[in-house]
Design a protein around this ligand. Structure first.
Ligand SMILES: *Cc1c(COP(=O)(O)O)cnc(C)c1O
Length: 432
């Protein structure tokens, strides 16, 4: 075994010499986990460069230019593994895939670099990332603040699971700073908001919310799924943790379910430990697909951004369209977003067609290019109606009270030609 000693081929125990146990929050930590073969790129490079090169495992044996798929559930035990066990550093050495795997490390390094974070952990879904984060960073007896219109899975986790887990939750309007401040209690530990909300694309003032969180010694977690790090980096605005449904833009091809958490190594270590207790591990093969998808993230986001801008311009003022919600439009009310973004506003557009939900159904039926499906962020345009999907459990009055009026269409602009999409939408609107 000594011939194959992994320390000799570039795996390290990941702990500084004076380091103590993993759960000692005072100890210094290395970024990562990563081996010397995982490409560490300068995170100040443009996201197009980071997306291609960050984290790639440069295989010393074959010189392969892509990360091999480490399709294994376990790894040979050696001195390195025993020392990792002994020192509480099992996150830094390949021992067992639920704990860590070089395929996971590659994609984690890439996403951490894209978000400007020290560390990341990939999970089996976006909800796995969210649940692990919430449980790891709050205690029984604590209080959480989130938005009343937060993603449905997160909302259900807050409503169904937090009471028995001893966490109290207050739901607020994410764009109302005074309401957020007023909701703070001495036991508030965590604030959770989305960088852009579904389906109305409201943008919370993350810089100001981060200041409120700091002032009250609470953590700010941001779900950045709708914008991606190409467009906005919440950590730069003061957030502590960023989560994603990597199922959406990060993977980008509607063929993988995955999640990721990024932030300081100190917090991500705790979330990693929670995720491994929950069993929300990401499979090596799925890591390969996600890494492959991520290489074109910047390229794809540019086209998503441009297509959504073009659709919003076309729809705004169209005779069959009553309202359009998109950050690029002059009447968009949350103008601070223009200062917060690095790229554009992502590929989501929502709009109300004249004639209510029946007309919206006709519109969907008449479309030829987009698929009528939930989810978002894929290369193919996807369209769905909140009234019979995400918000079907609400009454019309309840939906209207939160701004989801009859006829609302949620459109995830893919990377097809904008002209083709617009021509298709124009025709479908005429069919109403
Ligand atoms: C889809 C989504 C999630 C959940 O992600 P899964 O990968 O489906 O578990 C969480 N947040 C947002 C904003 C989403 O769009």
């Amino acid at each position: 075994m000594s011939e194959r000693n992994r320390a000799a081929v570039g795996f390290q125990a990941g702990l500084e010499d004076d380091a103590q146990w993993l759960n000692d929050l005072r100890r210094r930590r290395n970024p990562g986990p990563r081996s010397v073969h995982h490409r560490a790129v300068d995170p100040s490079l443009d996201s197009a460069t980071v997306a291609v090169h960050g984290g790639t495992y440069e295989d010393p044996v074959t010189g392969a230019v892509g990360t091999p798929v480490f399709q294994t559930s376990t790894f040979l035990l050696d001195d390195l593994s025993y020392s990792a066990f002994e020192r509480g550093a099992t996150r830094d050495v390949p021992i067992y895939t639920r704990y860590g795997n070089p395929s996971q490390w590659s994609v984690q390094e890439k996403i951490a670099a894209l978000e400007g974070a020290e560390s990341a952990v990939v999970t089996s879904s976006g909800m796995s990332a969210i649940a692990s984060t919430i449980y790891a960073l709050t205690n029984s007896g604590s209080h959480i603040i989130t938005a009343y219109d937060v993603y449905g899975g997160m909302y259900n986790l807050m409503r169904e699971d937090m009471p028995s887990a001893g966490r109290e939750v207050t739901f607020v309007d994410a764009t109302d700073l005074a309401a957020i401040e007023a909701a703070i209690r001495p036991e508030t530990q965590l604030l959770f908001f989305e960088s852009l909300t579904n389906p109305l694309l409201k943008a919370p003032q993350l810089r100001a919310i981060a200041k409120i969180a700091k002032r009250h010694n609470a953590l700010l977690v941001v779900d950045n799924t709708f914008l991606s790090p190409v467009n906005l980096r919440p950590l730069d605005l003061g957030a502590d943790i960023v989560v994603h449904s990597a199922t959406k833009y990060l993977n980008g091809h509607s063929d993988v379910t995955a999640g990721v958490v990024t932030g300081s190594r100190k917090f991500v270590d705790r979330i990693w430990a929670q995720a491994l207790r929950f069993g929300g591990t990401m499979e090596p093969l799925a890591c390969y697909l996600l890494e492959r998808g991520l290489k074109t993230l910047a390229l794809r986001m540019r086209t998503h951004n441009e297509n959504a801008d073009a659709l919003a311009r076309f729809l705004d003022g169209h005779a069959k369209v009553v309202a359009v919600h998109h950050p690029s439009l002059d009447h968009y009310p949350y103008c601070h977003l223009r200062d917060d973004v690095r790229g554009g506003f992502g590929g989501m557009v929502s709009f109300e067609v004249a004639g209510g939900d029946a007309a919206a159904l006709k519109f969907c039926d008449a479309l030829e290019i987009p698929y009528v499906a939930t989810s978002l962020g894929g290369v193919e345009s996807l369209v769905s109606l909140p009234f019979n999907t995400s918000h079907c459990s609400l009454t019309i009055a309840q939906r209207t009270s939160i701004g989801i009026r009859p006829g609302l269409v949620r459109f995830s602009a893919g990377v097809e030609s904008a002209d083709d999409l617009i021509a298709d939408i124009d025709r479908a609107l005429e069919a109403i």
